[in-house]
Structure formats: structure tokens, C-alpha cells
Design a protein around this ligand. Structure first.
Ligand code: ARG
Length: 561
């Protein structure tokens, strides 16, 4: 069904190289045909003038057309390809029909070598707030999991918990000193104790020694210390699991930093063996080359670091999952950290070091310029953002006479936040705005969902099969929608290749805008039977494409709203 491939194959007849064409060919604006081939490079390699080359090539093609090609037109240094619309329409319907199971769910028909892909994402810190800053890693990672699974790969979702460090000693001290009268059961209580500790420690420096003692006890697996430490974990996970449930996110592993506490031997031993460990101010580091800061492996007191644990984790993941790719969805602030970790793995001689990739993303702030700093205490909790969004959605839809208001408000409110987070290129910083995210007519989640619901309502009135007559869909409005529909798999492949869910989010917006133009321009119901049937065929295809596409970006698609 891939028409790019079709063109590339066909052009081998005229001595063009298939892969070369595949790389160059572009989608065209409808008025310029279906696809455009820029011939500048090809002409240059043959020492010919590109305009003349385009004219000659188009002539040759037109003398030797294949059954799906209407014509080729030279335009500057391009050759534009115009398809026979009916053939293309029929092909697209057949292809999408083959992809679609009875319930509308897509099967993947893209042949691909199956890979195992480990994705480290969300990776929250125990006993710390789950704030809006964690939104991006959670939804980008969640979406990448869906995308790779859709393409048939095996995905291992890993929540590399931040559950190691002296802060846990501080918390135990705080609990033992101020919190023993009643059992702690919520994040609020934990964070309050943490704040109290810091206030007191500012006045009395000896507290830090006591906290260190408690942390040492965790390291030494002291029963009481471990019990409290595990409580902190339980309380934090109980809280974040509520958010993961809202977002429809599940992990295969919660092995975090503490899990690697007794697995760092291999890192230290190998580094020593390879003579990579260098003493520097009593600490041990690996040199990264000139002008690059070294990667610290052991502190002067022998304690390990975040990087040491990540090295152990990468080695463990290779051994346990035998990944083909090992991804880390983490903010760009950690660029240096991952650069160092990957470099050390390479120096250690692991040939899979280049399969580790940092999938970086930008920062989130809230409209109005509020910073999201934990220390200042003005944190914006993700659960509050989601809840506010659901409440605001309820205000918008409450008078619409919907049966299942609560569920719909939930799906739309949460979907609006998720979509907003995924619509921008991941590397860009973003400013979250409820007004923008919840604008039902903008480039938003609710707009996608609304268009999907519009399709559902039409299908409810006139269900049809995909057995349509293509001649009724040759007009530009219908044809443009069909062209977009045909690109679904290409778009998913591109998003996977670039680790960029925004490519899917943008495609879905294009599809909705294009469909809505068709919807407003062309009457669908109540036409001559063949016309209504054919147009309803488009409606049904759009409905399925939207639902499947939204799933890939972690959104639900309610049937009504
Ligand atoms: N817990 C860390 C943080 O919040 C992110 C961990 C990312 N994953 C990793 N393997 N380092 O900054």
C-alpha cells in the first residue's frame, strides 16, 4: 500500500535508484499532485540541468504510465506525480480494511524486525511530590511504549525509582522525632515532616549527622530503618499509582536506585580491571577526555553516586532484558549525566553502549510564570492539574444531556492535559495553560475527541461497510482526507524513528481539520445511496484512525461528548 515505495520501484525503470528516490520523495500539496520528487541531487550527479532533467523524466514517465499513475508533471526542479484517484482510493480502503479488526482496532501491517526496547520513564523520586514537571517524562514515555508495541516490538517499561540517598535518613530521623505518635499514611504528612526537618536542621547542624546515621542503617539493612524506608515507598507508590491509573500507564519494573545498591561491584571491578578508575581528591572518577568534566564513580567516603547506580542498572538491563535499545526519557537537564554514563559504558568495552539513548525533553511551567520549584513550596501537583482539568471540563459539558458525564469529563479533562504535553516537539520548553488545553476548537485533545464523537454519531445514524464506489470520492475534499488516512503507518514509523509522539499528535490534528472541512463542505447523510455510503466510508475510516491514533498518544476517545 505504500505509494512512496510504489513510485520508487516504478522509477527503477528509468534508471533511478530505488533507495535514493525513497529518501527524496515528498508529500505534495494536493494542487501539485500526490507526491513530488526533487531531482536536483540526481541531476547534479549526472551533471545535468535539473529543470531539463525533470522535463525529460516526466516525458518518459508519461509515455510509459502504470495503471495507478495519471500523469507526471515537471515543475522547476521537481517531478510531481498525480495518481488515478479511483485506484488510490480503492487501494487505501482495502489497506485500511485489512488493518482493521472487527472492533475497529488496528493491526500493524508494517513488516519490521522485532526488537526489545527498554524504556526508562517517569522514574519518580520516593517521598517527593509528583509535580507537573513529571508530566512530560510520564506521557512521552507512555506514548513511546504504545508506539513501539503497535509496531510489534517488545517493550519493557521501567520506573527507575529515585529511592536512594541521604534524604531517606533525614526522613527517618523526622519520623522518629516528630511523627511517632500516629502512623503516617499520606504524601502530605511525609512532605510536611521533610520540611520540618529542614527548618530544624537549619538551626541545629547536628541533625545532619543523625540523618546520616539513619541512612547508614538503611545501607546496612537494619530492620527498623528498612521498615520505615519501605513504608515511604509504599505511601509514595500508592499516591502515584492513582495518577498512573488516570493516565492508563503501567510499568514492567520498579527496580530503582536502591535495587542496584548491591549490584555495583561489577561496575567498580570492571573499571579497576580496565584501569579506568582514577583517584582525584580521594574520590574515584573516570576521565572523559580533554575539556570534559570527569564522571564521578565513588565519593571520598566510598559512597556511590547516581551515575554509579545508572551504570549498574544499564548492565543489569542488558543482562535481564537483552535489549536492542535502551531509552531514558529524562529532562535535558541531565544531558551531561547520560553523556557520561554512556561514555563510561563504551570505555568499559560494552558494544551495546551505543544502543543507549537519552530521549531528552524540555521544561514545563504554568501560565502566569509560576516556577515549579519544590524548595520554595509552591509546587503544582500533577494530580491537582488533572483534577482541575476534569472539573473545568465538567463545567463545559454539564448541560449537554450526556448519560455518562463523569467518565466523559474524566477522559476529556485528562486527555486535554496529555495532548497538550505531547503536541510540542519534546525538546521545547512548554507553558501549560488550561484555557489553551481545553479549547474545544483549538489544536487540542478535546478537539480530537469531539471530532471522533462526531464520527461516532454519524456512524450511529448510518452504519456501513467499506464496500464503496470510489468514483463518489474523487473530489478534493474527500480525496484529501483519504490521502491523510493512507499515511497513518508512515506517520507512526516516523514518530518511532524520531522518538517523537508530537508527530502523531500533529497528524491527528491535520486529519481532524481536513475531515471537518469535508464534513462542512459535503453533505453526508440523505444523499443518493452510493454517495452517502461512500462518504460514510470515510467517516468510519476517520473514526478508526482517530481512535487508534489517540491510543498511541495515551488518550481515550469517548463516543459521545
Ligand atoms: N529520578 C530521577 C529524577 O527525577 C530520574 C531518573 C531517570 N532515570 C535514570 N535511570 N537515571 O531526576
Amino acid at each position: 500500500m505504500n505509494y512512496k515505495q510504489k513510485i520508487a520501484k516504478y522509477l527503477t525503470k528509468f534508471e533511478l535508484e530505488e533507495n535514493n528516490v525513497l529518501m527524496l520523495i515528498q508529500d505534495a500539496d494536493l494542487k501539485n499532485g500526490d507526491f513530488a520528487l526533487p531531482v536536483f541531487k540526481i541531476a547534479a550527479s549526472l551533471k545535468q540541468n535539473p529543470m531539463q532533467f525533470a522535463i525529460d523524466l516526466a516525458n518518459k514517465i508519461n509515455e510509459n504510465k502504470s495503471n495507478w499513475l495519471d500523469k507526471a508533471m515537471p515543475a522547476g526542479g521537481y517531478v510531481n506525480f498525480y495518481f488515478k484517484r479511483q485506484v488510490f482510493i480503492k487501494d487505501t480502503f482495502d489497506y485500511l480494511c485489512k488493518k482493521t479488526k472487527g472492533d475497529g482496532e488496528y493491526k500493524n501491517l508494517v513488516p519490521a524486525a522485532k526488537k526489545t526496547i527498554a524504556i526508562d520513564y517517569s522514574s519518580i523520586n520516593i517521598a517527593k511530590d509528583f509535580h507537573i514537571g513529571h508530566l512530560l517524562t510520564t506521557v512521552i514515555g507512555g506514548s513511546l511504549c504504545e508506539i513501539f508495541s503497535y509496531l510489534g516490538h517488545k517493550v519493557v517499561g521501567i520506573n527507575h525509582l529515585g529511592d536512594w540517598g541521604t534524604q531517606f535518613g533525614k526522613l527517618i530521623y523526622a519520623v522518629k522525632t516528630w511523627g511517632e505518635d500516629k502512623p503516617i499514611n499520606s504524601m502530605e504528612e511525609l512532605t510536611a515532616l521533610y520540611v520540618k526537618y529542614h527548618n530544624e536542621a537549619d538551626k541545629d547542624k547536628s541533625l545532619d549527622d543523625k540523618a546520616r546515621e539513619w541512612f547508614k542503617k538503611i545501607e546496612d539493612a537494619d530492620k527498623e530503618a528498612l521498615k520505615l524506608f519501605n513504608e515511604f515507598k509504599r505511601i509514595t507508590l500508592k499516591e502515584v499509582n492513582k495518577i498512573y491509573d488516570m493516565l492508563g500507564i503501567k510499568f514492567d519494573s520498579y527496580d530503582g536506585e536502591s535495587f542496584f545498591n548491591d549490584k555495583m561491584g561489577i561496575v567498580i571491578d570492571t573499571l579497576k580491571e580496565k584501569k579506568l578508575l582514577v583517584e582525584s581528591d580521594k574520590a574515584f572518577v573516570v576521565e572523559m577526555g580533554e575539556n570534559e568534566p570527569p564522571c564521578m564513580i565513588l565519593k571520598s567516603d566510598g559512597a556511590t553516586l547516581y551515575a554509579t547506580r545508572d551504570l549498574a542498572a544499564a548492565i543489569y538491563r542488558k543482562k535481564t532484558y537483552d535489549f536492542d535499545e535502551n531509552l531514558y526519557v529524562v529532562a535535558y537537564q541531565q544531558n551531561l549525566h547520560f553523556k557520561q554514563v554512556f561514555k563510561v559504558l563504551e570505555l568499559m568495552g560494552y558494544d551495546w553502549a551505543d544502543r543507549c539513548k537519552h530521549i531528552a525533553f524540555g521544561m514545563v511551567s504554568l501560565e502566569g510564570g509560576e516556577a515549579l520549584s519544590t524548595r520554595k513550596g509552591n509546587v503544582v501537583l500533577l494530580k491537582d492539574v488533572l483534577k482541575t482539568s476534569v472539573d473545568k471540563t465538567m463545567q463545559i459539558i454539564k448541560d449537554r444531556g450526556l448519560e455518562d458525564k463523569d467518565r466523559i469529563a474524566h477522559e476529556v479533562g485528562v486527555g486535554a492535559v496529555v495532548f497538550f504535553a505531547l503536541y510540542n516537539q519534546r525538546i521545547k520548553d512548554m507553558v501549560f495553560s488550561f484555557d489553551k488545553a481545553l479549547n474545544f476548537d483549538g489544536e487540542t485533545g478535546p478537539y480530537l475527541q469531539y471530532t471522533h464523537a462526531r464520527c461516532c454519531s454519524l456512524v450511529n445514524k448510518f452504519d456501513c461497510n467499506f464496500d464503496i464506489e470510489a468514483k463518489y470520492l474523487e473530489d478534493d475534499f474527500a480525496y484529501e482526507v483519504i490521502r491523510l488516512l493512507s499515511r497513518f503507518d508512515d506517520i507512526v514509523l516516523d514518530a518511532a524513528y524520531k522518538y517523537e509522539p508530537s508527530i502523531i499528535a500533529r497528524y491527528l490534528i491535520d486529519l481532524c481539520q481536513c475531515f471537518n472541512r469535508f464534513y462542512f463542505e459535503k453533505k453526508i447523510l440523505g444523499q443518493e445511496e452510493g454517495v452517502t455510503k461512500a462518504r460514510m466510508g470515510i467517516v468510519k475510516l476517520v473514526k478508526n484512525a482517530l481512535k487508534n491514533g489517540m491510543k498511541l498518544i495515551k488518550m481515550n476517545a469517548p463516543n459521545k461528548m
